[in-house]
Design a protein around this ligand. Structure first.
Ligand code: FES
Ligand code: FES
Length: 188
């Protein structure tokens, strides 16, 4: 397993305390659990089966379908979102584990006037997608990669983006896009 997957999985472990607190508020395993998420700056109060993944909560309960389900087993990276500004695989995280946290999805990156996030614009500038199915996860993971200071070189970007699979093999263009956005985000 790559370093990227491990790095992405660690926040899930760190969030496990919230899962226990939330589960304790449920009177039984089949009773819905009430949680609050801030998603793209908007508060959402949800009553969910405790087994609902964050991915399914976003797509099926909030209606934000920009986050994609590829494998649903933590192997492709298509479901990557930011939780408290750290990237996680949302298919591998129960929604209740994220109670009280801030979630950022692809729908929350552009400014209200439609101006794209520098990472979104860089993916367009470098033609860094073909079918686009992996792209929301690639972009969120790329933002996380830059925020984590793991985008210092093309080799480092390849290593720390290795958990995001692209069936269309747009990898060289994805790396070029991340370099451009990294420099813009850092004011280079
Ligand atoms: S859908 Fe989550 S890693 Fe593939
Ligand atoms: S652009 Fe098609 S899977 Fe990546």
């Amino acid at each position: 397993m790559s370093c990227t997957v491990s790095a992405a999985a660690m926040p899930l472990l760190a969030a496990s305390g919230n899962a226990e607190e939330s589960a304790s508020r449920s009177s039984g395993p089949d009773e819905p659990v009430n949680i609050s998420l801030t998603i793209n700056g908007q508060p959402h109060n949800l009553a969910l089966d405790s087994r609902t993944s964050l991915l399914d909560a976003l797509r099926d309960h909030v209606g934000l379908t920009g986050t994609k389900k590829g494998c649903d087993h933590g192997q492709c990276g298509a479901c990557t979102v930011l939780v408290d500004n750290r990237r996680i695989l949302s298919c591998m995280s129960f929604a209740v584990m994220n109670d009280g946290r801030e979630v950022t999805t692809i729908e929350g990156l552009a400014l209200p006037d439609g101006t794209l996030h520098p990472m979104q614009q860089a993916f367009i500038d470098h033609d860094a997608f073909q079918c686009g199915y992996c792209t929301p996860g690639q972009i969120l993971s790329a933002i996380g990669c830059v925020n984590e200071h793991h985008a210092g070189s093309q080799d480092e970007i390849r290593e720390f983006m290795s958990g995001n699979i692209c069936r269309c093999a747009a990898y060289p263009n994805i790396v070029d896009a991340i370099v451009q956005a990294r420099d813009e985000l850092r004011g280079a």
